[in-house]
Design a binder for this molecule. Structure first.
Ligand SMILES: [Zn+2]
Ligand SMILES: [Zn+2]
Length: 73
């Protein structure tokens, strides 16, 4: 029996922008302040969050303890 109300999501890795201090997706630019973050990923702090509720989760978590989202990879 499959639980139909389970949400699926993924673990999203965020990096700390050294310019504004926000945790943002690891992309070329900070989505908050627009600064280029090409050199940041090696130095900046990172955290992994639930894609659904943005609660911090372990990189090895199989589901979010906060909202129950199941991580599909
Ligand atoms: Zn920023
Ligand atoms: Zn969640």
């Amino acid at each position: 029996m499959v639980e139909e109300d389970q949400k699926e999501g993924y673990i999203e890795e965020l990096v700390e922008c050294p310019f504004c201090g926000a945790f943002v997706p690891n992309e070329f630019e900070c989505i908050m302040c627009g600064e280029e973050m090409l050199d940041v990923e090696m130095n900046g702090r990172t955290k992994t969050v639930c894609s659904n509720c943005r609660t911090e989760v372990s990189t090895e978590a199989e589901e979010c303890l906060n909202c129950g989202t199941v991580f599909t990879f």
